[in-house]
Design a protein around this ligand. Sequence first.
Ligand code: GSH
Length: 422
Amino acid sequence: MALVIHAGKTNKNSFKALIAAEYNGVEVKLIPDFEMGVSNKTPEFIKMNPIGKVPVLETPDGPIFESNAIARYVARLKADSPLFGSSSIDYGHIEQWIDFASLEIDSNILTWYRPRIGRAAYLPPVEEAAIAALKRALGALNTHLASNTYLVGYFVTLADIIMTCNLLLGFTKLMTRSFTSEFPHVERYFWTLVNQPNFKKILGEVKQAESVPPVQSAKKPDESAKQKHKDEVKKEPKKEAEKEKPKAVVGEGEDEAPKPKPKNPLDLLPPSKMILDEWKRLYSNTKTNFREVAIKGFWDMYDPEGYSLWFCNYKYDDENTVSFVTLNKVGGFLQRMDLARKYAFGKMLVIGSEPPFKVKGLWLFRGQEIPKFVLDECYDMELYEWRKVDISDEAQKERVNQMIEDHEPFEGEALLDAKCFK
Ligand SMILES: N[C@@H](CCC(=O)N[C@@H](CS)C(=O)NCC(=O)O)C(=O)O
């Protein structure tokens, strides 16, 4: 019998249990037709959770409220679930990060978010303090994630599920790229997790907030605070626009009618004689004489006016101490580059026969610069140093050749793996 969660479809707190259920192969369903503010006010609901909040899980043995408790229950339904780690110290660390995710991350995000959607009175010093505390917590998380793929051990645990669901609200509603770029390891962690199949199935496509919502009036503001609050509401959108988007066009705001999707500027470039798909086909179909056929073909096709070549070096190679973690990291990068498939080709080499492994790449992009939408949308870009290839330099050209053909040894070292983006 499926367990049933009472909550709306977008409740990030119920996602914790739904994702844990995916990992454990347990059937958990959202109750259909849940209506916030109605379904959770009925006497039947109050019997299940006296505070009348969601989510609530109905089990054959009775209801459970509090989303972390529900997620723990679901995680525990499978004996020896890896979601609880593999030792007592793992378990201790998982609980540590669950508390951290709730008390240091979630509570500060909520204190920042609620007044902005009219669920609490907006008080600037309170918001400032919440943002400062959130930054402090994200800084600590960033330090931990600089040398750890996941929060505990080498696999996803319940701590990662709860942390990611709590970060989700921040990433999608408040924390713009300019805010999160201070915490590159948190960014890498968050995007890696939300793209895991068991997360993606529940969360769908996740998009980062492009601006902080302007402050809304609280629904029932206290009369004495009302006028002050009104004044702040008037001032706030401008202040926020200045802070987050220094060059924002006046009038840009959330109540604007949705605009038709603009054409990708790369489609407006003068046509190129190089047909990217032809190169990709040649690369894929050449099985022998790679140098004579594929590499020669590449330079015959290459259009230095319509395209540019770029070398990239991972900035944090000393973190690459575990081979499969390093390979996953590069695999994740290529997945996230999916948005650039029409305009790019790439090779990523994982170099070395023992850790720490080096990660270096070669990319071919349409146009003379790295496309802006790639820099904006693919957070991995800033984890690499980028250098434009000077094709008049024979040594650089030879390096391009060697990267395309997975030449081994590469710069004197064995290759652990070579991945291609095509
Ligand atoms: N600590 C609780 C928080 C629950 C909570 O705040 N739920 C909100 C929706 S996300 C709610 O039901 N609000 C309705 C209300 O306050 O009456 C948990 O993690 O389950």
